[in-house]
Design a protein around this ligand. Sequence first.
Ligand code: DGL
Length: 277
Amino acid sequence: MQIKSEAPIGVFDSGYGGLTILREFLNLLPQYDYLYLGDNARAPYGTRSFEVVYEFTRQAVQTLFEQGCPLVILACNTASAKALRTIQQHDLPRFAPENRVLGVIRPTVEVINSISRTKHVGVLGTAGTISSQSYALEIKKLFPDITVTGEACPMWVPLVENNESHSPGADYFVKKHLDHILSFDPQIDTLILGCTHYPLLTDKIRRYLPEGITLFSQGRRVAESLKDYLSRHPEMESRLSKQGSVRFLTTESAAKFSEAGTLFLNHPVEAEQIAIR
Ligand code: DGL
């Protein structure tokens, strides 16, 4: 039987993608308890409207709060792009003023200037993340000299969610989008994987990536940013329980999530199914 921890860090994604972030949390901050929620039944989010992504994300955050999480990380770029600000500014002050919700875009953007030499950066993301312009706007605010080009890769998440990341079909869609963005701006020297599912396609992406281009995967950076946040917010840090446990919730089949999660994290995953609304 799994012990329910009292105040875990909530980690939310539309599906499996957030496991790429959770893995780095477990490496860097293993002392905390974590509660992962994948809304696999309603993934992908990337092609959905602003209103729908906001509503689904709000429900997920509410569920994680009800499960005892004082702090929730939206380990999903689409949710961070489309729902984070409204949740922080509109929902939290009214419904959970003591709790916090953080995203993955800002921590990624903060380090990008130190990685790119040409100051031409590409962002690979879902249609929702790219059309929201969140990366371009955040980068402009911090580093106005950087030129940002976004590329929506709508087939990449379904490939991952359907366990087709290593199949020959994935090659076509990976190459198509890399060719497209690099022909649009040949000066790009840094490509941000602006979707937490995409690290699961890293082998394929590297196969088609020209030499000299840095592929930036955000997991480690988001974990470092969380560590920094907790050191600057002792009032939150002291609320978190620290038994080193991890629980997994999914809105789809628990068996399916457990199998995929175990393979991915290389760590036994026993998921529980949950309904959110
Ligand atoms: N993993 C998510 C992201 O980082 C979204 C995937 C999806 O559901 O479309 O954007």
